[in-house]
Design a protein around this ligand. Structure first.
Ligand code: ZN
Length: 127
């Protein structure tokens, strides 16, 4: 799945992804192709192919961070409607980021802020 996505664009940010075989990497390789659970496992997402997609390392990490933050703030008292909303948002974040921004501006902002801060951090590491 990852090898096939070498040279393809990240569905979220359109970055051309590269396949790094067998390497463990942090956010210093932002364009690395990574497997993403569209619905995270903590929300009951499965390991089946239909729940998996490939996204760039940076989007994957940023999404994970903002999701964790949302869960910490909302998990205890979130209603089924809120869980449903976050799942819908996550699908849009992967497959239609423009719609995600329009429909869920707060969640989108959280994701983009995380993504930018990861990018900034990367530059600090290099310099
Ligand atoms: Zn991306």
């Amino acid at each position: 799945m990852l090898a096939l996505s070498d040279g393809k664009k990240c569905p979220t940010c359109q970055t051309v992804m590269s396949y790094y075989r067998g390497t463990k990497f942090g956010h210093e390789i932002p364009d690395a192709a990574t497997i993403e659970h569209v619905i995270p496992k903590c929300l009951g997402g499965s390991n089946e192919n239909k729940n998996l997609t490939v996204r760039c390392n940076l989007c994957n990490r940023a999404s994970g961070h903002s999701m964790n933050e949302w869960l910490q703030a909302n998990r205890q008292n979130s209603s089924w409607e809120e869980i449903r909303m976050i799942m819908l948002y996550l699908c849009l974040e992967v497959f239609d980021i423009t719609k995600a921004e329009t429909l869920y501006p707060d969640l989108f902002r959280s994701f983009i802020t995380k993504r930018i801060s990861l990018e900034v951090h990367k530059e600090e590491v290099i310099s």
